[in-house]
Write a protein that binds this ligand. Structure first.
Ligand code: KE4
Length: 427
C-alpha cells in the first residue's frame, strides 16, 4: 500500500512532536512501521493522505459511535461555532447535557464536565478522597484511567503497550496510596480490604476493561465490588469513559445492573470533540467547589461546541435502533473472526462485549491482564499489518480494544472477516 505522503509527514512530525505523535499509542510502536496520516473520515471509513481507504475499527478510540462525520454532528458543530466557540460563562448546552446524562444514567444525580477522560478520572479520585476523608485508592492491573500521576501504576493502554507500566517523572509518594489489584480476583480484593481497614477511599474500575485489549467481568464480580465497597465505607467508581453510552444507553452499569457511587465519562458525549465528565450521588458531588471543599476546574469544561457535538451524538444514538445494531454488528464480527481463526487453525481468543472487541493470539481464555500477556505479540503485529494492507484498520496494539459503529455495514464486516481468514492462513 502506497504511504509516501504519510511517511513524509511523519518525518516532518518527528522534528517537532515527541515521537511524531500527540498521543503515544498512535505511533505504531507496538506493531512497528510508521503511522499513517488521515485527513478525511466518513461513516465506517477513513482515508489516509495517500488516498488509501480503510475500514476503521478504532473510531478515534470510541467517540465515533455513529461513524465519522455524521451529518447531524457536523451541523450541530457548525451551528454552535457560528455563535462563538467558548464563553467561559455558563451556556445552555451545559444544562441540557447535564440533564441528559442524569436521565440516562440513574446513578448520576449531579455531573460536572471536563475536557478529557483523564481530568474526569483525576477529579473523581480527588472527590472520593475528599468525601471519605481517606487516602487509599484501589485500581486494577491493566486498567487505564488516563495519565493521572497517582493512577499510572501498572496501567493499561499505551503504558502497558510500552512495557513500562509505571511512568518516569512520578514521585513514589504520588503512588504510595494507590493499591493495584488483579481483576476478576475475589480473594485478592478481600485481602486488600482486610489489610487496609477503614483506609480505602474507593475502587476505580473499568467495568469492562478495554485498555489491555478487552476482557469481561466474571459473573458476579461487579456485584462483589459493589458489596465489598459498601460494606467498608468505600466508594465504587465506574470508569465509563470507554463503555459509557456504548455498552447500553446507560453504559456498562445498565448492562450489568450495578449502581456505582461515582462514574466517569468521555468520548461518546463529546461526539469527537474534547470532553470528559464525572458524576454520581448528589451528596458526594456537592463536595465540589464552589459548594464544597474539593477543588476542581477547567477553562473549557462544558464548551458549547463540544456539548453540541456530544448532544447530537446522543440524540442520534437514542432515536431508533442504534443499540440493537451495535449488538448485532458486534456479534456478527465475533462469529466471523472466530470462524476465520478456526478455518486457519490459528488459536485466537476473540473477546467481545456489544460493540467492543479484541482478538488475542493465545490458546487460553483471557480474563485479566496476566492472561492477556500470554498473547503472541509477533503474530499480532503480522496480523495487524496484513489487515492494514487489506484495507482494515485495527487498533495498533494487542492491548487496545476495537470498536464498531452503527455505520459499519454487514458488507464491511464480511470484507473484514474474509481478509482475516486470508491473513491468518498466511501467519
Ligand atoms: P482521555 O484523557 O484520553 O480523554 O481519557 C483517558 C481514559 C480514561 N479512562 C478510560 C477507560 C480510557 O479508555 C481512557 C482513554 N482511552 C485511550 C484508549 N485506550 C485513549 C487513546 C489514547 O491514549 O490516545
Amino acid at each position: 500500500m502506497n504511504r509516501v505522503k504519510s511517511d513524509q509527514l511523519f518525518a516532518e512530525a518527528l522534528k517537532y512532536i515527541p515521537g511524531g505523535v500527540n498521543s503515544p499509542v498512535r505511533a505504531f510502536r507496538a506493531v512497528g512501521g510508521n503511522p499513517f496520516f488521515v485527513n478525511r473520515a466518513a461513516g465506517s471509513k477513513v482515508w489516509d493522505v495517500d488516498g488509501n481507504e480503510l475500514i476503521d475499527y478504532v473510531l478515534t478510540w470510541g467517540p465515533a459511535i455513529l461513524g465519522h462525520a455524521h451529518p447531524k454532528i457536523i451541523a450541530a458543530v457548525k451551528a454552535a461555532a457560528e455563535l462563538g466557540t467558548s464563553f467561559g460563562i455558563p451556556n445552555p448546552h451545559e444544562v441540557t447535557m447535564a440533564k441528559r446524562i442524569c436521565k440516562l444514567v440513574p446513578s448520576v444525580q449531579k455531573v460536572r464536565m471536563t475536557s478529557s477522560g483523564t481530568e474526569a478520572c483525576m477529579s473523581a479520585i480527588r472527590l472520593a478522597r475528599g468525601f471519605t476523608k481517606r487516602d487509599k485508592i484501589i485500581k486494577f492491573d491493566g486498567c487505564y484511567h488516563g495519565h493521572v500521576d497517582s493512577l499510572l501504576v501498572r496501567a493499561g493502554s499505551g503504558a502497558l503497550t510500552f512495557g513500562h507500566p509505571d511512568s518516569a517523572g512520578i514521585p513514589a509518594a504520588f503512588t504510595s496510596h494507590t493499591i493495584v489489584a488483579p481483576y476478576n480476583d475475589v480473594d485478592a480484593m478481600k485481602n486488600i480490604f482486610a489489610a487496609n481497614k477503614n483506609e480505602i477511599a474507593g475502587i476505580i474500575v473499568e467495568p469492562v476493561p478495554g485498555n489491555a485489549g478487552l476482557y469481561l467481568p466474571q459473573p458476579g464480580y461487579l456485584e462483589f465490588l459493589r458489596e465489598i465497597t459498601k460494606a467498608n465505607g468505600a466508594l465504587l467508581i465506574f470508569d465509563e469513559v470507554m463503555t459509557g453510552f456504548r455498552l447500553a444507553r446507560g453504559g456498562a452499569q445498565e448492562r450489568f445492573g450495578i449502581t456505582p457511587d461515582l462514574s466517569t465519562f468521555g468520548k461518546v458525549i463529546g461526539g469527537g470533540l474534547p470532553v470528559g465528565a464525572f458524576g454520581g450521588r448528589a451528596e458526594i458531588m456537592d463536595c465540589l467547589a464552589p459548594l464544597g471543599p474539593v477543588y476542581q476546574a477547567g477553562t473549557l469544561s462544558g464548551n458549547p461546541v463540544a456539548m453540541a457535538a456530544g448532544l447530537a451524538n446522543l440524540d442520534e444514538l437514542l432515536n431508533g435502533d442504534a443499540y440493537k445494531k451495535l449488538e448485532e454488528r458486534g456479534a456478527q464480527l465475533a462469529a466471523g473472526m472466530r470462524d476465520a481463526a478456526r478455518s486457519a487453525n490459528v488459536p485466537v481468543q476473540f473477546n467481545q462485549c456489544g460493540s467492543m472487541f479484541c482478538g488475542y493470539f493465545t490458546t487460553q481464555p483471557v480474563h485479566n491482564v496476566a492472561d492477556a500477556m500470554h498473547s503472541d505479540r509477533e503474530k499480532f503485529k503480522k496480523f495487524f499489518h496484513g489487515m492494514l494492507d487489506a484495507g482494515v484498520y485495527l487498533a495498533p496494539s494487542q492491548f487496545e480494544a476495537g470498536f464498531l459503529s452503527i455505520a459499519h455495514t454487514a458488507a464491511d464486516i464480511e470484507k473484514t472477516v474474509n481478509a482475516a481468514a486470508k491473513v491468518l492462513r498466511a501467519l
